[in-house]
Write a protein that binds this ligand. Structure first.
Ligand SMILES: Cc1cc2nc3c(=O)[nH]c(=O)nc-3n(C[C@H](O)[C@H](O)[C@H](O)COP(=O)(O)OP(=O)(O)OC[C@H]3O[C@@H](n4cnc5c(N)ncnc54)[C@H](O)[C@@H]3O)c2cc1C
Length: 384
């Protein structure tokens, strides 16, 4: 990844590569087998300064956007997809906080994040509305001392581990589909469900969170009540999609690398040649590589267009995750076939990547929703 990065992003990508190589990668098998949150890798990311990727420079951060996020997530995912996802969700939540932070929120959240002393995450999804995360049922009653919040969030990545949770809620007289974003601090009185036992992405700690009349101070509201459409399409969707597109691209790319290494090294005694000499396998490698490179170009272009405020950015951004999900599932599957029975082991790295990749299409915005939104955008129709 490092070699093709724009000059200004190289130190950030190199820092992510160092965390991946030295900490996240060596622990990845254990993170997966024990479904253990990657505490050491997240601490190393904090130490490296990368937690402040989207914190404005004036508060000590890097002031970066979608391109940097896609690169860093891709780099980390090549070593440990769970670490990339926990980092990605922290980064999206940071971008949501930074978008309309008050001076108080700048001091309480953005500066500590830039210093690597605060980890945040996203708590949007609910079992009640599933993939339609923009229709929260969590309610917030406005009282003199704050918002009294009641509801249940599902799949909260870094659940129970993060210092704060950016959540969505229907405040005041809001109708279905109108929501506000707010921050719940870890000591707000949150109740956590059972440990996360995913098929893949097993280090995520993507747990259920219950808010039972939890009081959030008014100063923890992000933006204004009912700011939902602005947050969803200006911040949440682009950052969320780029974090995931980068992560699943990293998974796909790692699978292709494993297949290439395997085919070069596996020599059959019967022929005396490496499998790399078989025409059909050479073609398969070219197909896998082409798929990954095509998706990488799309992800990069979508991130660039988003960062530059290009009017044509939206369908590119939406399509970036569709493509990354398809590529991750296809590449891990094809690599598994290319590596044969030898790779078909529960503790094999490729098996882990295959399971990690399978989360891509079902994480919201899911592939179905993204196609709907991209199609409506191209047809000039309202997205929701
Ligand atoms: C590993 C992992 C990590 C996650 N991390 C987070 C996180 O940090 N924060 C967070 O807020 N959420 C997170 N999520 C939740 C995720 O974003 C989705 O909200 C969740 O996976 C939806 O699951 P569901 O079973 O409720 O989907 P359902 O809503 O039940 O959908 C099931 C399937 O039906 C399809 N579908 C639903 N409605 C329609 C429709 N109208 N038209 C066509 N197809 C439709 C969906 O695309 C999906 O494929 C995570 C999920 C996973 C798996």
């Amino acid at each position: 990844v490092t070699q093709r990065v724009a000059e200004n992003l190289r130190p950030l990508v190199a820092a992510a590569a160092a965390v991946g190589e030295q900490v996240a990668g060596p622990l990845a098998a254990r993170t997966d087998s024990e479904a253990r949150w990657p505490a050491e890798a997240m601490a190393a990311l904090a130490e490296s300064g990368l937690l402040g990727l989207h914190v404005p420079v004036r508060f000590g951060g890097h002031g970066q956007g979608l391109t940097a996020l896609a690169y860093v997530c891709e780099t980390l995912a090549g070593h440990c997809a769970s670490t990339a996802m926990c980092f990605g969700m922290h980064s999206v939540a940071t971008a949501v906080i930074a978008a309309k932070a008050t001076p108080d929120q700048e001091e309480r959240y953005l500066r500590p994040i830039a210093l690597g002393r605060h980890l945040t995450t996203l708590a949007l999804s609910e079992t009640a509305t599933g993939a339609h995360f923009y229709y929260p049922r969590t309610t917030a009653e406005r009282r003199a001392d704050g918002y009294v919040v009641t509801g249940e969030k599902a799949f909260v990545t870094s659940g129970g581990q993060a210092d704060s949770y950016v959540l969505s809620m229907q405040a005041g007289e809001a109708q279905t589909g109108e929501f506000s974003c707010a921050i719940a601090d870890r000591d707000a009185g949150l109740h956590w469900g059972e440990d996360w036992r995913g098929l893949g992405m097993r280090g995520n700690s993507s747990r259920r969170m219950r808010l039972d009349q939890v009081t959030l101070p008014h100063c923890n509201l992000l933006g204004s009540e009912g700011d939902q459409v602005w947050y969803v399409f200006e911040v949440i969707a682009p950052f969320f999609i780029m974090a995931m597109a980068g992560t699943y691209l990293g998974v796909a790319s790692a699978a292709v690398d494993i297949a290439i290494q395997h085919l070069r090294g596996r020599v059959l005694a019967s022929t005396g040649e490496a499998l790399a000499h078989a025409d059909a396998l050479q073609q398969r490698v070219a197909e896998m590589w082409l798929d990954v490179e095509r998706t990488r170009c799309l992800v990069r272009e979508a991130a660039r267009a988003g960062d530059e405020g290009d009017a044509a950015a939206l369908p590119l951004i939406l399509s970036a995750k569709i493509a990354a999900a398809d590529t991750a599932v296809a590449a891990t599957n094809a690599a598994m076939s290319a590596c044969g029975g030898i790779a078909y082991r529960e503790d094999d790295r490729l098996a882990r990547l295959l399971r990690d990749a399978r989360a891509a299409p079902v994480m919201s915005p899911t592939t179905e929703l993204l196609k709907l939104w991209a199609g409506r955008t191209l047809l000039g129709l309202p997205i929701l």
